[in-house]
Design a binder for this molecule. Structure first.
Ligand SMILES: Cc1ncc(COP(=O)(O)O)c(C=O)c1O
Length: 477
């Protein structure tokens, strides 16, 4: 397949430092084989996350210079509010400095102990904010959404039958709202169809329960709807977004994704009573309602970013760039989750490193090798992140060991992506050389952030490069 070229040209560049394999070897050893502890300036292509890593446009930077830093009533807030109202259609707009604060405001206000919040799959911070209130976060994605190789155009869909059952069993009084995450990050960035949103809405209406969206990647989701769902090919992504949100009562958003900024977020909703309560808490923990933890200039950048993200040339390039990386890997026989989602490519590390048992962290072994050999930072989403011991002291592992290559927005060129593909393919050819890891330190919670590990057996030999210019970075000082 052919994919669109970059629909932008580059006006400002950030030079990357040349780093040898020896330097990286030392950095990763000092980091205890934990990629989170590696200095970012020793990395060539950083695919740790697509959150807060976007490149802003000249238009956004120009907006930054028009920041009105008045404590109250900044003009940038009114611009931000009008853009959010126009796209999302909700009356009340509450700025926050990032997505998890939006979640915290919402759930610490409306959620009671023992209640349950269903979603397709809750993102980690959403789940944590729900559980923090003594409530339950229920994941009700369709079965295909849990199968890495099931081919389905909308693997992020929330199963309406599962939702109906939950609402009947638990009672609507115990469900303050239903949430749909678009795209479904924890399920591989898979989109949700409009038909599914309508079906979920109907269930919600029957039970009198509000519907909210986690809108982090709404534009990417709506682009998939345009491309894949019948009846939407001739609608603009903006029209699709308006229709999508018209089926809901509100949303939370981390603007660090489809807001195309490095920091920012908001809650938008129609319920005036909830708004009053959220605003009171906002003043306590974030700031006055017209800035909510952000500078005026930041609000301006979000307002402009939200419009830019709906540019369809941008979206065709964005979704195409991620798909192209997936296609290059798939053609070379690298096992990846399919279809490729909107913001990342996920490698199936158990299939990639069949000789490394789950107890030896195949995903993390792959992450370490990608950095050490090629200067690429990916993240493990598997045994290291989710593994734990049960009450009897036995190891419990997740079903999948994945390595996520998350693509920052407008940051890397297609040639960077080819470099990543060549490197992963080269590592796949040499996979027998990779060995498992064991933990030398683990924290009681969220262990992946601070864990320290070591290789089982002697130090691995260098993997030959794939002959791409980027590989010079590893051999010449
Ligand atoms: C789907 C989803 N919801 C919420 C969040 C939390 O946003 P933030 O990191 O801005 O707090 C993220 C961040 O990655 C996300 O992907």
């Amino acid at each position: 397949m052919r994919f669109p070229a970059e629909p932008f040209r580059i006006k400002v560049v950030e030079m990357l430092r040349r780093v040898t394999r020896e330097e990286r070897e030392q950095a990763i050893r000092e980091a205890g084989l934990n990629i989170f502890a590696v200095p970012a300036d020793t990395i060539y292509v950083d695919l740790l996350t697509d959150s807060g890593t976007a490149a802003m446009s000249d238009n956004q930077w120009a907006g930054i210079m028009l920041g009105d830093e008045s404590y109250a009533g900044s003009r940038n807030f009114f611009h931000f509010q009008s853009v959010v109202r126009e796209i999302f259609g909700y009356e009340h707009v509450i700025p926050t400095h990032q997505g998890r604060v939006a979640e915290n405001l919402l759930f610490s206000t409306i959620l009671k102990r023992g209640q349950v919040v269903p979603s397709n799959i809750h993102f980690d911070t959403t789940r944590a904010n729900i559980e923090h209130q003594g409530a339950e976060a229920a994941d009700l994605v369709i079965d295909e959404g849990l199968d890495p190789y099931a081919l389905h155009s909308f693997k992020g869909n929330l199963d309406p039958a599962k939702l109906e059952r939950l609402l009947t069993d638990r009672g609507a009084a115990n469900v303050p709202l239903v949430m749909i995450t678009v795209t479904n990050n924890s399920g591989g960035g898979q989109p949700v169809s409009m038909a599914n949103v309508r079906a979920v809405r109907q269930v919600c209406e029957r039970h009198g329960v509000p519907l909210f969206f986690d809108a982090c990647r709404f534009a990417e989701n709506c682009y998939f709807v345009q491309q894949r769902e019948s009846g939407y090919a001739n609608k603009s992504v903006t029209e699709i977004a308006r229709e999508l949100f018209s089926h809901g009562d509100g949303c939370t958003m981390s603007a660090k994704k489809d807001g195309l900024v490095n920091m920012g977020g908001f809650v938008a909703l129609n319920n005036a009573e909830w708004t009053q309560q959220l605003t009171n808490l906002l003043i306590l923990i974030e700031g006055f309602p017209t800035y909510g933890g952000l500078a005026g200039r930041d609000l301006e950048a979000v307002a402009r970013g939200l419009r830019e993200v709906l540019n369809e040339d941008y979206l065709a390039f964005r979704i195409g760039q991620v798909a192209q990386l997936g296609e290059l890997l798939e053609h070379a026989g690298v096992p990846i989750v399919v279809p490729v989602g909107g913001h990342a490519v996920y490698i199936d590390a158990r299939r990639f490193l069949e000789h490394v048992p789950q107890s030896q962290f195949p995903g993390q072994a792959l992450v370490v090798a990608l950095y050490r050999e090629f200067g690429i930072r990916a993240v493990e989403v598997g045994s290291l992140m989710f593994g734990h011991k049960d009450a009897g002291g036995r190891d419990v592992f997740p079903q999948l060991d994945l390595v996520r290559l998350a693509i920052p927005r407008r940051v890397y060129t297609t040639e960077h992506m080819r470099f990543v593909a060549d490197s992963v393919i080269q590592l796949h050819r040499e996979r027998e050389k990779l060995r498992g890891l064991r933990l030398t330190y683990e924290a009681p919670v969220l262990r992946h952030f601070t864990a320290r590990l070591e290789e089982i057996g002697p130090a691995p030999a260098a993997v030959p490069d794939a002959g791409r210019p980027g590989h010079e970075l590893r051999s010449r000082a």
